[in-house]
Design a protein around this ligand. Structure first.
Ligand code: MD3
Ligand code: FE
Length: 237
C-alpha cells in the first residue's frame, strides 16, 4: 500500500472525527463549515488541511529555528518588523535597509538556509495539487512567528520571479484575522479567521492581491503556546 499523503490522512481522520462528533443531526450543518472554500478567484482555503501534519511540522521547525533563529528584520524605511521571521529552502526572503529580496544565505550566519524538510515539501505539494496546481515546486519557505500584538500591514508579495506559481500558506497555533483586499490598495478589504491547520493557496487572479494580518490576540495554543506560526511556500527563483 502506498503511504498516504497529508491530504489523504486528513480526509480519513476527518471522516472518523465527523462520524464520532457529528451524527445525523449535526450533519445538517456540515455545509456551513466546508473544508474547501473559494475565497476569491484563484484563492482557495483548505480548512484544517494541515491538522494531522501540524505536530510534525512543528518538530521540523525546531531544528530549522535552531540553525536559523527567528529574527525581527528591518524594513528599508528603518522600522523593525513585529513578526519574527526565518526561512528554509534554496532561497529565503529578507529585508534590511537595502530593500526586500530573496537570498540563498542567512545574513546572520552567512550560511545557506536550512534545507526544506520533507514534511514541509509534501504538505505544500499536496495542498497545491488539491487546489489545482499539481506542478507547484516550492524553492523557498518563509516562516513567520506572530507573538501577541504582532501584525503585518497590507502589502503585495512581489519579490518572486514567477507570478504564475501560487503561494501556499499554512497557519499553525493561535488564530489570526487575515485581511484580504484586491489588486489595488484602495479595494475593499475582507476579513477571514485563519485557524491552526488551515491552508490557503493563492494563485492566478489572487496572486498579487493586497493582504495583511491584524494584530495577534493573546492566547495559549497547545501546539505553539502564545504564538501563531505561518509557513508560506513560494517559488521565488
Ligand atoms: C495573498 N504572510 O509572509 S499568509 C507573507 O499569515 C504574508 O503570515 C501572512 O503575507 C501570514 O508575505 C499571510 C497568506 C498569504 C501569503 C501570500 C499571499 C496571502 C497571500 C500572496 C498573494 C495573495
Ligand atoms: Fe504576504
Amino acid at each position: 500500500m502506498q503511504t498516504p499523503g497529508p491530504g489523504q490522512q486528513r480526509q480519513s481522520a476527518r471522516k472518523k472525527r465527523d462520524s464520532v462528533t457529528t451524527g445525523s443531526f449535526y450533519s445538517l450543518f456540515e455545509s456551513e463549515v466546508p473544508e474547501r472554500e473559494i475565497i476569491a478567484s484563484g484563492a482557495i482555503l483548505l480548512r484544517r488541511f494541515a491538522f494531522e501534519s501540524a505536530s510534525e511540522l512543528m518538530r521540523d521547525l525546531d531544528w530549522i529555528s535552531a540553525a536559523a533563529p527567528f529574527r525581527h528584520m528591518i524594513t528599508p524605511g528603518g522600522f523593525r518588523m513585529s513578526v519574527g521571521m526565518t526561512n528554509c529552502g534554496y532561497a529565503g526572503w529578507i529585508s534590511d535597509r537595502k530593500g526586500y529580496r530573496y537570498d540563498s544565505r542567512d545574513p546572520l550566519s552567512g550560511k545557506p538556509w536550512p534545507v526544506m524538510p520533507e514534511s514541509f515539501r509534501l504538505l505544500a505539494h499536496s495542498a497545491a495539487t488539491e487546489a489545482g496546481y499539481p506542478d507547484f515546486v516550492s524553492d523557498a519557505c518563509l516562516i513567520n512567528r506572530y507573538e501577541p500584538g504582532a501584525r503585518l500591514t497590507l502589502h503585495q508579495d512581489r519579490n518572486e520571479q514567477d507570478y504564475t506559481a501560487p503561494i501556499v500558506s499554512v497557519s499553525l497555533g493561535l488564530p489570526a484575522v487575515f485581511q484580504f483586499g484586491g489588486n489595488s490598495r484602495k479595494d475593499k478589504v475582507r476579513r477571514f479567521k485563519l485557524e491552526s491547520g488551515d491552508v490557503v493557496v493563492w494563485g492566478r487572479e489572487s496572486r498579487l492581491a493586497y493582504h495583511g494580518v491584524a494584530a495577534l490576540k493573546d492566547g495559549d495554543h497547545p501546539l505553539t503556546g502564545r504564538c501563531r506560526i505561518n509557513l508560506t511556500f513560494r517559488k521565488a527563483l
